[in-house]
Design a protein around this ligand. Structure first.
Ligand code: GLY
Ligand code: MN
Ligand code: MN
Length: 368
């Protein structure tokens, strides 16, 4: 990965934000700018210097992983504000950008009191760089998708009448680790029958329900990059009602995937899918174009070092899609107390449209 290029692009944004240095605290951003995969560190990036603050638990990891030319600054006692004051006076820092979403209000107050420089909370600065993926990152994401698809394909072969959601989720997590993933990218959603009416259901000891939706929303973290995918399948049969719902969700997903283009906003792509679900009679808009009863969530989101990142695809999103972004498309229809269907794939935004990075089919699947 091109850490020097990334650091250079971040420095190029200092002027726009009126800062002469940046404290980077969010772990995914630290990883993006240095390669570090540990769980305790802070970066201080000035116009001329790169400081990496961590404690002795991570000195070896620093040597092995951290690229870009950072100077290791031991930091295990005292306040962050005090450390900044020390480094800031020798590096001549006057105004430091800090990540508003990564620090608590108490931490910002402490910095303002002790750092001896102006502290400016900023938002989305490193995330704005991460939103366009480099080819090497797209390769990592493709590998995370492939590994998850292999594990999912194995797990659905284990479905049988008495199997529970929890056993199925455990099988997935066991298999992804054997295949080299560090972990799931989010707690697996395995929702059988009525439980699938909750878009983010928790798994439980509920047993498989024949002829009702079995919803699997699964992802892995491989070499720090995430995957995110949903299939809804049926066991032992499917009723005409669920088949109709499934086909409406699939048609909505395919409409967004084939008609979506770079240059569109997240709102416009969301609408491509939502209009189909409304036209098929499974949801409605009120006079403000807002009512969402059975497809209540947004159409999708970016994926990278985090499973949910920019751009956002929902009915208020002004994010403009650009080549190199990675997005999900994941419409769903959820009937309270009965169940739900969602289908989700990850796409690369290209110059011409959206390339599906998944390889598993989306046609209606009924296992016996
Ligand atoms: N796995 C959560 C989501 O699809 O956004
Ligand atoms: Mn998703
Ligand atoms: Mn998902």
């Amino acid at each position: 990965m091109d850490f020097t290029g990334r650091i250079g692009r971040l420095r190029g944004l200092f002027c726009k934000h009126g800062i002469d240095a940046m404290l980077v605290s969010k772990l995914e951003n630290i990883h993006y700018l240095s390669g570090f995969t540990g769980s305790t560190a802070q970066l201080i990036i000035t116009v001329n210097e790169l400081f990496f603050l961590t404690d002795s638990r991570y000195y070896e990891q620093f040597k092995q992983e951290v690229m870009g030319g950072y100077q290791l600054i031991p930091f295990y006692t005292g306040t962050l504000g005090g450390k900044l004051a020390e480094l800031g006076s020798s590096a001549g820092i006057k105004k430091m950008g800090v990540e508003a979403s990564a620090l608590t209000y108490a931490q910002v107050l402490e910095l303002q009191e002790n750092a001896g420089m102006e502290i400016a909370p900023v938002s989305g600065v490193v995330e704005g760089l991460r939103i366009i993926k480099e080819p090497e990152e797209v390769d990592c994401l493709r590998r995370a998708i492939k590994l998850k698809e292999e594990a999912y394909s194995e797990v659905i072969k284990l479905l049988k009448p008495d199997v529970t959601e929890a056993e199925t989720a455990a099988e997935f997590e066991y298999r992804i680790r054997l295949k080299g993933a560090r972990a799931s990218s989010f707690s697996p959603i395995v929702a059988f029958g009525e439980n699938s009416c909750k878009p983010h259901a928790s798994f439980s000891s509920r047993k498989l329900v024949p002829a009702s939706p079995l919803l699997f929303d699964l992802g892995v973290k491989l070499d720090s990059y995430c995957s995110d995918f949903t299939r809804t399948i049926f066991f032992g049969g499917v009723s005409p009602g669920w088949e109709k719902i499934y086909n409406a969700v699939l048609e909505a997903k395919d409409a967004a995937a084939t008609l979506g283009k770079p240059g569109m906003t997240g709102l416009e792509v969301d609408k491509l899918a939502r209009d189909i679900i409304v036209a098929r009679g499974f949801d409605s808009y009120n006079e403000n174009g807002e009512e969402r009863k059975y497809f209540g969530h947004g159409l999708g989101h970016g994926v990278g070092l985090e499973v949910h990142e920019g751009p956002r695809l929902h009915s208020k999103s002004a994010d403009i899609l650009e080549p190199g972004m990675i997005i999900t498309i994941e419409p769903g229809i959820y009937l309270p107390g009965q169940g739900g269907v969602r289908i989700e794939d990850m796409y690369l935004v290209t110059d011409n449209g959206f390339e599906n990075l998944n390889s598993l089919p989306t046609d209606l699947k009924v296992v016996q």
